[in-house]
Design a binder for this molecule. Sequence first.
Ligand code: ARG
Length: 421
Amino acid sequence: MNKVVLAYSGGLDTSVAVAWLKEQYKAEVVTLTVDLGGGSLREGVERRALSAGAAKAYVVDARETFVSKYVWRALQANAMYQGAYPLATALARPLLAQLLVELAQKEGADAVAHGCTGKGNDQVRFDVAVHALDPGLKVVAPMRVGMGLTREQSIDYATARGIEIPVTKASPYSIDVNLWGRSCETGVLEDPWVTPPDDAYAWTVSAADAPDAQDIVIGFEGGIPVSLDGEMLSGVALVERLHDLGAQHGVGRVDHIEDRLVGIKSREIYEAPAATILHAAHRALEGLVLSKEQLRFNRMVADELAQIIYDGLWFSALSRDLRTYTLSSQRVVSGEVRMRLDHGRASVVGRRSPLSLYDKSLATYDEGDAFDHAAAVGFIEIFGLPLRVEAARHGAVGKHHGAAWTWTDPLLDGLPTTISS
Ligand code: ARG
């Protein structure tokens, strides 16, 4: 290994990793720090990377790419892992891997490195994505191959080498942030019975402290959110605005027991105000403009794609095919959704679209009803035909017309099968 590009957060662990990689492999280390919003870019990263011995320190703002190429794709598909986690951390990994690979190729490096441990999902996502993009690159994870130091040891290691230590105070949690969400784990949260302490949350207020309810209107075009209260906004600006609004109303706290890819259950606290609002709004709009068959099929795609994203298989063939299907299904997902932010909840309170499949003259129970009530009789006749055949041949439920055998339906056990007058 001659030259390695390290994914550098600017924290203590990755700062130590710069020096460790240099010493261990006698390799030149180039760092890459990616700003994905949400406070992921730390003050003075470049300076710290160089103080740790990096030959070069790159800082890239990838927020717009993250939103348009990853976050929107997941939103359009309604991808939510185990119905709870909007996948902020997971979605960022393939983009980080892509940027690492690009920089490694540009710099002529033969390896990339990351600061993940050997126990989580992130290491899998990095390794798999890097090798999907460039199978020739080595991937090194110092934490997995001997660099495991305690916080005290890391501070000593850094001090001994004149590495600038970030001034943030030690967090009792392991945290990952980007504009789509904040992931928080470990510490007291490892007991699933423990109520998350206030300090596990950094973005949102508690629902009890939220101000009076507020309604907002989100506009979508082709399944992508484009406006807030009628004002057109870029992806990043829209997410940031919804983040602030949701956070202020205590929206988007998630307490989840999650099944990790490496086979363990873990307790995760997420804050994802913008994602929570947008997922609910997007699903509501789909309900108005898509057919019931599309909605049913989309739920399968949502689950499958969520698993793929969670498992770090973004660059797989199935991932690409499902995303292509999703894009096609979104062609009519345009319109507006009104959301009410109310003490921790984001509820849909209205939706409209020029492409709506909702027809008031068909749905109404009032005057102007265009639905043909008499035609319902013929429809039910045909629709119920197979069930009548089944009853005639196999016996009506609870009875056994002339059958040579008797069988008591366990589902009806104990229930009267005939009504005596
Ligand atoms: N459990 C989440 C996931 O696998 C979040 C991981 C957070 N990463 C971290 N280094 N704290 O996507």
